[in-house]
Design a binder for this molecule. Structure first.
Ligand SMILES: [Zn+2]
Length: 256
């Protein structure tokens, strides 16, 4: 069976806690990439925590002093939407503007939806959240803009439009097993009350491209970083950079 490998196979999600939300991203890349330590930067909306990586400006995840948090899963539809390096730059800079310029979810949502209507004709899966709410967007031009909002419980997402109706991507659990199996695993572990930290280190169906912590036997893909934003009484981020989650040690940074 040919395994359908994509450059990025991230998992994102959110879990409601007693005091707020924990929003996370596991970053998987095909090419070994230097992931930079988080920086505290300043934007129109005040201070924010920026997670960036080499060869691209902008961020892959971030949280600002109002607790507004962004992360993206990316979408495995790139062959349908030609995507240049210039587009990638634009996209990551747009990601950064979400946490740099906005203090509330409503305004950030408006900004995101307008951008995808006018400026980005690409497929993407991204999410924003704060202490009260988590919103997951799935954009697939021309017709799909899916929005899933939770203010309680949990929501997880891998890179495919698995549940999207009226979209003929011909996904099958065999052809796209990685994305299906990892989503199932994360949901199952959450149901067993596992902590996010533990879930992100899990090797069920692996370690392979089908497990949450991913390792390719020949290094052809692997988990390279993860971040968990804790938007509770304090605003903190726990992260492992430049390592698989199972081998790294969590570091912590306090924003507020
Ligand atoms: Zn591992």
């Amino acid at each position: 069976m040919k395994i359908n490998l994509n450059n990025k196979m991230c998992i994102i999600g959110a879990i409601k806690t007693k005091h707020g939300f924990q929003i996370f991203k596991q970053l998987d890349l095909k090419i070994k990439t230097k992931i930079f330590s988080p920086e505290i930067r300043s934007g129109k909306a005040g201070k924010y925590l920026a997670f960036s990586r080499e060869n691209i400006t902008g961020i892959w995840a971030g949280m600002n002093e109002h607790g507004l948090t962004f992360t993206a899963a990316d979408a495995d539809c790139k062959k349908d939407f030609p995507f240049s390096n210039q587009d990638k730059k634009k996209l990551f800079n747009f990601y950064e503007k979400i946490v740099a310029d906005f203090s509330n979810l409503q305004d950030a949502e408006k900004f995101i939806c307008e951008k995808f209507k006018k400026d980005f004709r690409i497929a993407d899966i991204l999410a924003i959240g704060n202490k009260e709410k988590f919103i997951l967007f799935k954009f697939h031009p021309p017709q799909i803009c899916e929005r899933h909002e939770i203010s309680n419980h949990a929501l997880f997402c891998t890179n495919h439009f698995q549940e999207t109706k009226n979209l003929s991507l011909n996904l099958t659990s065999e052809k796209n097993s990685s994305t299906f199996l990892r989503l199932k695993t994360v949901q199952k572990l959450f149901a067993k009350n596992k902590k996010i930290e533990e879930i992100l280190q899990n090797h069920e169906n692996g370690p392979s491209e089908k497990s949450i912590c991913r390792h390719g036997k020949n290094g052809q893909f692997f988990t390279q970083a993860c971040v968990i934003f804790k938007i509770e009484e304090k605003l903190t981020a726990k992260f492992i950079l430049n390592s698989t989650t199972c081998q790294g040690k969590f570091e912590k940074i306090l924003l507020k």
